[in-house]
Design a protein around this ligand. Structure first.
Ligand code: DX5
Ligand code: ZN
Length: 227
């Protein structure tokens, strides 16, 4: 199983964003997680397509854009033009998920769906073949640095079973409170893509933290594979 570490730029020093991004990419991070918040879907306001465009000018890394916005269909074209690689929208944000996933793929990006903690996996059961990424939130979205929601581990196990039942190659991403203490259990439950913000960027050595998170996730995945 391919494991991916996706540092979240939400709580980095945005005044030195590219230095921060290059540091973690240099340490082997697989993709850059960009948290887009509109102040409506979540009680916080962050950044939009312009930051993706700026990043794309300086890197060909995978830009994993997590849209915590209402009417996500309004952002598909701007993020595609800006150079986003993956566009993940929330199941709770629109009644037309299936249509928008098609539009995201048609715009040349990978299509992802995010589920808030209280949202059942049933919300994506009918559309698994149209997913390139399933994001199981491990906190309620809106802020970095929140405590990990422990019941998510069982939900990840069921999400892994759902994807396997369909023979889906979609990434199974987790996001929120992912750190040394939590990543092993998430990997053992079947997650393969790990977003981490504060655990990486508030550490004394973000590069070393990326490597350590990968080591722990890898060991858990190996144990799972042998089980
Ligand atoms: C929260 C965001 C997360 C957040 C993760 O709504 O979607 O990506 O930045 O940050 P940590 O790892 O600090 O919980
Ligand atoms: Zn996120």
């Amino acid at each position: 199983m391919t494991l991916r570490i996706a540092p979240s730029i939400l709580d980095t020093d945005l005044a030195h964003l590219m230095d921060e991004v290059e540091r973690v990419l240099g340490a082997g991070a697989d993709q850059v997680h960009v948290d887009v918040m509109d102040g409506r879907f979540v009680p916080n306001l962050t950044f939009g397509a312009p930051i993706v465009r700026s990043l794309r000018r300086h890197t060909d890394a995978v830009l994993d854009c997590h849209l915590m916005v209402l009417q996500p269909e309004n952002y598909i074209a701007p993020f595609a033009e800006a150079g986003a690689s993956i566009l993940t929208i929330h199941a709770e944000a629109t009644p037309h998920l299936q249509r928008h996933l098609g539009a995201i793929r048609a715009a040349g990006m990978k299509a992802g769906v995010a589920l808030n903690p209280a949202t059942s996996l049933a919300a994506v059961e009918e559309i698994v073949p149209e997913l390139d990424l399933l994001l199981v939130m491990t906190v309620s979205p809106g802020f970095g640095g929140q405590p990990f929601w422990q019941p998510a581990i069982e939900k990840v196990r069921r999400a892994r079973a759902l994807l396997d039942r369909f023979g889906s190659a979609a990434m199974l991403e987790v996001d929120g409170g992912v750190a040394r203490e939590t990543i092993g259990a998430l990997s053992a439950a079947g997650a393969d893509t790990f977003v981490s913000g504060n655990a990486i960027f508030t550490s004394a050595d973000p590069a070393r933290e990326v490597r350590e998170l990968r080591r722990i996730a890898g060991a858990a995945a190996d144990r799972r594979a042998r089980a």
